[in-house]
Design a protein around this ligand. Sequence first.
Ligand SMILES: NC(=O)c1ccc[n+]([C@@H]2O[C@H](COP(=O)([O-])OP(=O)(O)OC[C@H]3O[C@@H](n4cnc5c(N)ncnc54)[C@H](O)[C@@H]3O)[C@@H](O)[C@H]2O)c1
Length: 318
Amino acid sequence: MSSALVTGGAGFIGSHLVDRLLKDGWEVTVLDNFSTGSFENIKQAFETGRLKIIIGDAKTIDLTEELESVDYIFHMAANPDVREATPSVHFQENIVATLNILEYARKIKAKCFVFASSSTVYGDALKLPTPEDYGPLKPISLYGAAKLAAESLVSSYCYTFGMRGVSFRLANIVGPRLTHGVIYDFINKLRENPKKLEILGNGTQRKSYVWIEDCIEAMMHVLKSLEGLRYEVYNIGSEDWITVSEIADMTIESMGLSGVEKVFTGGVDGGRGWIGDVKLMNLDISKIKATGWKPKYTSREAVKLSIEARLRELGLKP
Ligand SMILES: NC(=O)c1ccc[n+]([C@@H]2O[C@H](COP(=O)([O-])OP(=O)(O)OC[C@H]3O[C@@H](n4cnc5c(N)ncnc54)[C@H](O)[C@@H]3O)[C@@H](O)[C@H]2O)c1
């Protein structure tokens, strides 16, 4: 049995990871400051009596005082808002926090550091689908820049201090317990005004979506094949992509609405939703597929399932 620390374990991806690790018999500790995460997400896990929760800030906490040792560290805590444009927020929440957790990993001699990175490190990639060795990496958002900086720290700690590590460059992950993103926003807006839906940009932004269970399975699958390796980077995506406008139509249909006026803001810089919005994102997943994993669901299926899940959470669907 292995032990794990999951930072951000009360959030969307983190809480699903916690469920999976407990199911597989791991000993799990969550570190979370509950800024976007919620106790509700890990209530069931907590009730198993096998989950330890540390309430604290990844940027500043001295974990050596709280948790003597763990084998694996899954660093999921972050400010995940790509639209956030305050440089210090991304510097603190996504770089300083990663450094602090890496310091803990170094001190306790953790076996493996798993980092939740993002497709946004690629910026406006000229090659689509984009493979892990694409470069030069030119993020166009502060979020993407912070993720790339954090990846570099993880890599350097692995080589300098003898840990194993992996950065997962995630496409858009969707499913129950979402805390942000296009599906979450559209449903909120349509609940407020079922006659009109404001869509950021020109609606032609086209991206890849992954069902949460596919994402967790991908991470667990890769961990099995890291033996003997120092540090690796893997894309986690699906093989298709869909437009924001299609997601709007699917949301409207799932909510049983008709005659909704779709109002496109037009966006910035050729139809981006906001400054820093990557218009086209599709990840090459050949590297992870070579390990034997492949997504069960397409982008379209993942989005559809996620809309239904969100509507159930809100009590709007049985
Ligand atoms: N959801 C996606 O589509 C997606 C895509 C690419 C990358 N990611 C990355 O995956 C990770 C998880 O994202 P998510 O979608 O689950 O977001 P989320 O907001 O649901 O989860 C983040 C969790 O981290 C916690 N947290 C934030 N700052 C913290 C801090 N300073 N100290 C302690 N806890 C803190 C939050 O309370 C929350 O529980 C993030 O690193 C995010 O950048 C997510």
